[in-house]
Design a protein around this ligand. Structure first.
Ligand code: NAD
Length: 413
């Protein structure tokens, strides 16, 4: 099939590369011309295992010109839906992209599908995107179809996740559009759930809200365990073996960051409030996560006074295997340390360049050198941190690197 992807960030680039691998002809559109150039020369603009090989070996091209999508059979909208600052939803990129697509629909003879893959509040595709597409003078469900296909990939494992999903969700306005999207994934041996647009939008938000809740839940259990002198990690292991609960997302620590969980949780809270419902569990999930973020700073004050200490930070990315620092827990922590007058040394295998743009005054050094600090905080659970030598050090561990227990003083958040 001829497929266009609007927005070539994490989701767009991975979706495009994987759909090309499945035998489709893919055109990626992005307003960022530098990104377009890099993609066309086979350079991956994000760190994802196997992505550059796919870009070089598949039928895929990038462009910043929407005229390149005129013969598309399916057009996926994969632009961001978050504000640059804060967590509030920003649908401006999506409405701009939909307006451009609407211009293309005006002159399009053949039926095609417009599929929203960006994460949006329930009702957005129907109430905001379809009216914009209708401004083409063409009729949804007749001249073109509309779908909403939420994306569940995990950064760092995105290609694998796209190719081996737990499920595919297709929200459809018209059955013909649903059939076309279904045909893209029918080779996958996984449940394919076909539903309506707003249910698909809600499934995405509810999935991430559930995962966020699981993290805050175990953090709360952890805070209680700490007071009682019980090892939370053994407790998590014990409850995770119950198949109704499962062991994933049960690592107590400094909570969740990243470009998705906080934003999607906030999106659902805001939507609930907008309709007059007070989402108490979701709000407490959020509040607990805020409190948990600065626990390492509170703990280190037991050992040093921030304003004349050198503090080491191991891990800057919001999670391992990515250079993505969006809403990383390290941001709040380092901000607080610098404001408090600390000298900060930091190391991350992938994310130092991104971090340097935000915090030029931090000293970016090797992992070994970070450990030559008065106190070191572990913020991201990178595999290589399991082989550092922690003997004689003071470590506050926000993620559970058991090798760090060999430290002179070891505190687990
Ligand atoms: P991103 O910011 O990495 O990428 C968005 C891209 O869209 C950018 O390259 C930007 O230049 C481009 N863009 C913006 N406006 C455009 C326009 N009008 N036309 C063409 N290109 C335009 O975002 P992302 O992380 O890929 O997320 C995209 C959406 O997918 C969001 O709604 C996000 O919540 C959702 N999502 C993200 C993930 C993830 O792991 N990152 C996972 C699931 C869902």
């Amino acid at each position: 099939m001829k497929i266009s992807i609007i927005g070539s960030g994490y989701v767009g680039l991975v979706t495009g590369a994987c759909l090309a691998k499945l035998g489709n002809k893919v055109v990626l559109i992005d307003l960022d011309e530098e990104k377009v150039k890099l993609i066309n020369s086979g350079v991956d603009t994000i760190n994802e295992k196997g992505l550059s090989e796919l870009l070089r070996s598949t039928d895929i091209e990038a462009s910043s010109d929407y005229q390149s999508i005129t013969d598309s059979e399916v057009i996926f909208l994969c632009v961001g839906t978050h504000s640059e600052k804060g967590y509030s939803v920003n649908l401006q990129y999506l409405t701009n992209a939909a307006e451009q697509v609407s211009q293309i629909l005006k002159d399009k003879g053949a039926y095609c599908v417009v599929g929203v893959k960006s994460t949006v509040p329930p009702g957005t595709t129907e109430e905001l995107i379809i009216p914009i597409l209708q401004s083409s003078g063409k009729k949804a469900g007749e001249d073109y179809g509309v779908c909403m296909l939420p994306e569940f990939l995990r950064e760092g494992n995105a290609i694998y996740d796209f190719m081996h999903p737990d499920r595919v969700v297709i929200g459809e306005y018209d059955a013909r559009a649903g059939d076309m999207c279904y045909s893209l994934f029918q080779g996958f041996d996984v449940p394919i759930l076909r539903t309506d647009l707003r249910t698909a939008e809600m499934i995405k938000l509810a999935s991430n809200a559930f995962l966020a809740n699981k993290v805050s839940f175990i953090n709360e259990i952890g805070n209680i365990c700490k007071e009682l002198g019980i090892d939370t990690h053994e407790v998590a292991q014990g409850i995770g073996l119950d198949q109704r609960i499962g062991s994933k997302f049960l690592q107590a620590g400094i909570g969740f960051g990243g470009s998705c969980l906080p934003k999607d949780l906030k999106m659902l809270i805001d939507k609930a409030r907008e309709i007059g419902y007070e989402p108490k569990i979701l709000e407490e999930t959020w509040n607990l996560n805020e409190i948990q973020a600065l626990k390492p700073v509170a703990l280190l004050k037991k050992y040093v006074s921030i304003n004349n200490a050198t503090i080491g930070v191991l891990g800057l990315a919001f999670k391992p295997e990515t250079d993505d620092i969006r809403s990383s827990r390290a941001i709040n922590i380092i901000e607080t340390l610098l404001k408090g007058g600390a000298r900060v040394k930091a190391y991350d295998p992938m994310a130092m360049e991104n971090f340097r743009k935000l915090f030029p005054s931090v000293e970016y050094v090797s992992g070994e050198e970070v450990l030559n600090s008065d106190v070191t905080l572990i913020i991201t659970e990178w595999e290589e941190f399991k082989s550092l030598d922690y003997t004689g050090k003071v470590i506050i561990d926000g993620r559970g690197i058991s090798k760090a227990k060999e430290a002179r003083i070891y505190e687990r958040v």
